[in-house]
Ligand binder design. Structure first.
Ligand SMILES: *[C@@H]1O[C@H](CO)[C@@H](O)[C@H](O)[C@H]1NC(C)=O
Ligand SMILES: *[C@@H]1O[C@H](CO)[C@@H](O)[C@H](O)[C@H]1NC(C)=O
Length: 214
């Protein structure tokens, strides 16, 4: 019995420590983005200034220049080296009228969005394929649990924007359509035709419309 309890506690502790970015071992560890060595995160820079903890990249709307009509600007460790090892980051997302942030996942983070402007239809899909969705407007928030597929759509005729908070310094994004139809090298057509129950013509049509992701 004691062994069972000990195992249970151990597994609870282990799963607790891997539920988000690992805990830090020191006050600060400003990312040395130019270091050749890659740890789980970035090594710490030698000389630190306030600028390492500062950014104004979320201050202004990003210029939306794609066909989906939305733009994500990430203030993650790659832009704000001071968040290295802290397990937090922010993004700003701007949406043109009718703009969509297409279905995607963040493998390393849960997300909370706060609407800065406008109104959005947002939702996530559980592993049981249940859609949990809601319309949110200025000042309201919505939560997207870690790793679940989610989206935001601006159904209005005015621009919208949100601030998004993550419990990871680098949440990572896999956009479902791009992941499957614009991978390099490409995902074989016969994988996609069988998965989506369509012919190779349909698959090639979608592939031709999606620019390869770098
Ligand atoms: C950090 O600052 C010290 C003292 O000014 C200097 O000697 C050292 O070269 C600096 N290190 C880097 C990596 O710039
Ligand atoms: C869109 O803008 C981004 C940065 O603002 C730029 O890197 C990218 O090349 C632009 N894409 C197109 C298709 O113009």
């Amino acid at each position: 019995m004691a062994v069972v309890i000990a195992l249970f506690l151990l597994s609870a502790m282990v799963s607790g420590t891997i539920a988000s970015d690992p805990d830090m071992l020191q006050d600060i560890c400003v990312a040395d983005l130019s270091a050749g060595v890659k740890a789980n995160g970035y090594p710490c820079k030698e000389n630190v200034t306030a600028m390492d903890f500062f950014s104004d990249i979320l201050a202004k709307p990003g210029a939306i220049n794609n066909s989906v009509g939305s733009l994500v600007t990430g203030a993650n460790v790659q832009k704000v080296p001071g968040v290295n090892t802290l397990g937090v980051s922010l993004s700003r997302i701007d949406y043109a009228p009718s703009g969509l942030n297409p279905p995607h996942t963040h493998p390393r983070a849960s997300e909370v969005v706060f609407v800065l402007e406008g109104e959005l239809e947002v939702g996530f899909i559980t592993t049981a394929n249940v859609l949990i969705s809601q319309t949110i407007k200025q000042g309201e928030i919505f939560v997207f649990p870690k790793a679940l597929v989610h989206f935001q759509k601006n159904n209005g005729n005015k621009p919208a924007s949100v601030l998004a908070a993550f419990n990871s310094q680098l949440p990572g994004t896999q956009s479902i359509a791009a992941t499957l139809f614009a991978a390099t090298p490409p995902v074989p057509d016969n994988v996609l035709t069988k998965a989506f129950h369509v012919g190779s013509k349909e698959v090639q049509k979608i592939k031709s419309r999606m620019a390869p992701k770098k």
